[in-house]
Design a protein around this ligand. Structure first.
Ligand SMILES: [Fe+2]
Length: 321
């Protein structure tokens, strides 16, 4: 796979001030650079991972997908051109803004801006979270995942799967249509959700400790209207998470314990027992959708749906009983 991982994200907002506190004091990102019309956050050893820009719209600004080096970037650009996708080479100024060696820019069929890059700069100093927490699981698995909303999932799937090289992880037909795709061990770096509208549903960042998610949940509980999806555990990527409304309106999923798959042997399948083992009451679904999701979940629980927790080397104790 030429694309290796989700490496950075850009968000547009009409509420830049809101993001300052949300990004650092709630999510735990490190604010590194703040000017009048944008701000940048770190989440690991790299110089920046999330850029938030002042805009007259709210939504996804861009997605940054990593390739290994200049050779892979050229090869990738040539493949897009051959498929008649209009691309532009990133200027020096844009590379500087993104803190990368080189990049190309293009759009998906519904107009989302994608950037493919190599050489995201190291920070050279340790990551210091914006609130006391353990840090984020990134590295080869990338910074997390993005879930886009689209009018028709079947129409956009060939672009991401056949042209860009994402591999299918699994898909749902109920309680909503969704397709999940991977590039590396992370179960999905990208998903598309069929809602009828073009947009972004959520971003997911994965913390190193389960307690980081619980402590963020406490912060969200005392902030009325912040929680959009209650604490729960997903059936496919197995994260324990909740979803918090961002100052841009879309959601951010605070997760822990994601499944690491083997991309060489993984076989895609239809998830028929719903998106969650438990929890994840979605107040953004219509009442009948929420009811349907609860019914599917309870039936799955009754049928014994559960999975082992996924732990990170060095961050667990085994209790013998
Ligand atoms: Fe998610």
């Amino acid at each position: 796979m030429e694309l290796k991982a989700l490496g950075y994200l850009g968000v547009d907002t009409t509420d830049l001030d809101g993001w300052r506190a949300y990004g650092s004091r709630f999510l735990g990102l490190q604010l590194t650079d703040s000017v009048s019309d944008s701000m940048a956050f770190r989440m690991d050893d790299r110089r920046q991972r999330l850029t938030v820009s002042n805009a007259n719209r709210n939504g996804l600004g861009f997605m940054g997908w990593e390739v290994t080096d200049a050779l892979h970037l050229d090869r990738f650009a040539a493949r897009l051109e051959k498929a008649h996708v209009k691309i532009s080479r990133g200027s020096r100024a844009l590379c500087e803004q993104r803190q990368v060696r080189d990049l190309v820019v293009f759009a998906d069929p519904v107009g989302n801006r994608l950037e493919v890059y190599h050489g995201l700069a190291d920070a050279g100093t340790p990551f210091t979270p914006g609130r006391t927490m353990s840090g984020f699981r990134t590295g080869d698995m990338g910074i997390g995942h993005v879930v886009l909303t689209v009018p028709n999932a079947a129409q956009i799937l060939p672009f991401y799967r056949d042209l860009l090289g994402f591999r299918l992880s699994d898909y749902f037909e109920r309680p909503f249509k969704a397709v999940f795709m991977h590039l590396n061990q992370r179960h999905h770096s990208l998903a598309i959700l069929e809602t009828g509208e073009v947009g972004i549903h959520h971003l997911m960042f994965e913390t190193l400790s389960l307690d980081d998610v619980g402590q963020a949940y406490d912060l969200a509980l005392v902030d009325e209207g912040r929680i959009a999806t209650t604490l729960g555990r997903h059936t496919n990527d197995q994260v324990v998470s909740f979803y918090a409304k961002s100052p841009s309106g879309f959601l951010v999923e605070c997760g822990w314990g994601g499944l690491a798959i083997n991309p060489e042997t993984w076989q895609p399948y239809e998830v028929v027992h719903g998106p969650s083992f438990w929890g994840h009451d979605r107040n953004w679904l219509p009442p009948e959708g929420q009811e349907d999701a609860r019914r599917i979940r309870m039936a799955a629980a009754q049928n014994g749906a559960r999975a082992n927790v996924n732990v990170i080397e060095g961050l667990f104790n085994v209790t013998k009983c």
